[in-house]
Design a protein around this ligand. Structure first.
Ligand SMILES: *Cc1c(COP(=O)(O)O)cnc(C)c1O
Length: 390
């Protein structure tokens, strides 16, 4: 069975994914089942996507009701799910306007276009350089690859979109020095670098970046594609850092497992776009927006406190444990620096019924935000045992 699946995948699927030899057929909550009927505790949530787990009842009811009513309509007409969701996003964040797309990369593309237009109008057409951090990840399109500060993603795909520069995190002097030679249009950061190895920015550096953008009257863009929608233990991670971004991009967990990206514009940029400046055929799709409304409306303060408590539980389960050298992250977004290679730890966890991810040289954990405590504790036990193996 598995061999046939692997053969067909190799024959028909473009070779971009190195998959585990495992076929997942269904799931419920934080448990997923393979083709042989084995169950696994899902500590990856489809890479921070299934915010309330697989086939969550309330989410499923909201999505299927919308699916049977209106599955798509062009953006030439008004539709209720998209407007309701935009209003909820703005009310919960204080941001003013939303542009909906279908993925994280597209949410960032929109953020970049918004910042470029604002800078061109405010500071002149030669003010276009977007600064991001080394070790960042902002997506796979040619423009968001240019934004991504990791050279190995760039190789063989050049030339990328021009007008990007990268500086090292935690070195505010590098931003100041760059501003001496380059007109900077915006700075874009992840509060916790996800793909970069679950590396949180220090509060001091995040504040320094914000002061820099305010002093230069340029937008601060926070990429909350992975950290957003409750993952960090706050609705958005920038809230834990006390930041007031001008643009926030998000996707992954927003619609609980359906493709939806959102770019939130704050007061300064709320009117930057005019008719025709940007668009998306599927953006704001009613089914995806109905799913997102179900997720977002349940990310209450009480719920987010539980996310933080579960994150704290994991941090203390792993801190100082044999074979675990470091624990990083925020909320339910954690990276473990293990003595054994992360890939070996993940493979052994899988054999013991726990699905984990990697990020760079770390084991990365992104469980569903509502994972029951008993499953979380069981997964932590397995990970600790596997990490301690010689
Ligand atoms: C995953 C991710 C992206 C890209 O999202 P896609 O939906 O895969 O396009 C962008 N930024 C960050 C921080 C991410 O984690």
């Amino acid at each position: 069975m598995m061999n046939e699946m692997m053969r067909l995948d190799q024959e028909y699927i473009a070779g971009t994914y190195k998959r585990f030899p495992l076929e997942i057929v269904r799931g419920k909550g934080s448990l997923v089942e393979d083709a042989d009927g084995n169950n696994y505790i899902d500590m990856g949530s489809g890479i921070a996507v299934t915010s309330f787990g697989i086939a969550d009842d309330a989410w499923q009811a909201a999505v299927t009701a919308q699916l049977g009513t209106l599955q798509h309509m062009s953006n030439l007409y008004y539709t209720d799910p998209c407007i309701r969701l935009a209003r909820l996003l703005c009310e919960k964040t204080g941001m003013r306007k939303v542009f909906f797309s279908n993925s994280g990369a597209e949410a960032n593309e929109c953020a970049i276009k918004a910042a470029r237009k604002y800078a061109a109008q405010k500071h002149g057409a030669d003010c276009y350089t977007i600064v991001t951090l080394n070790n960042s990840f902002h997506g796979r399109t040619l423009t968001t690859l240019a934004a991504t500060g990791q050279a190995h993603y760039h190789e063989l795909f050049c030339p990328l979109t021009p007008g990007f520069a990268h500086v090292n995190a935690e070195q505010p002097g590098e931003l100041e020095a760059l501003a001496e030679t380059t007109k900077i249009a915006a700075v874009m950061i992840e509060c916790v670098q996800g793909e970069g190895g679950v590396v949180p920015l220090s509060a001091e550096y995040a504040q320094a970046v914000q002061r820099f953008t305010q002093a230069h009257d340029i937008p601060l863009i926070v990429d909350e594609v992975q950290t957003g929608n409750g993952r960090s233990g706050a609705l958005y991670a920038y809230m834990r850092y006390g930041l007031s971004p001008d643009i926030v991009s998000t996707a992954k967990g927003l619609a609980g497992g359906l493709p939806l990206g959102a770019t939130l514009l704050g007061e300064k940029l709320q009117n930057v776009f005019s008719y025709g400046d940007h668009g998306s055929t599927f953006g704001g799709n009613p089914v995806c927006c109905a799913g997102a409304y179900s997720i977002l409306s349940r990310l209450t303060d009480d719920f987010l406190a539980e996310v933080r408590a579960k994150g704290d539980f994991l941090q203390s389960a792993f801190r100082g444990a044999p074979g675990i050298e470091d624990v990083s992250g925020l909320g339910l977004m954690l990276g473990l620096k293990t003595a054994r290679p992360a890939a070996d730890v993940v493979a052994d966890c899988m054999a013991e019924g726990v699905l984990c991810l990697t990020a760079k040289d770390k084991v990365r954990l992104l469980p569903a935000l509502n994972i029951p405590q008993d499953l979380l504790a069981a997964a932590a036990d397995v990970i600790r045992r596997v990490a301690a193996k010689a």
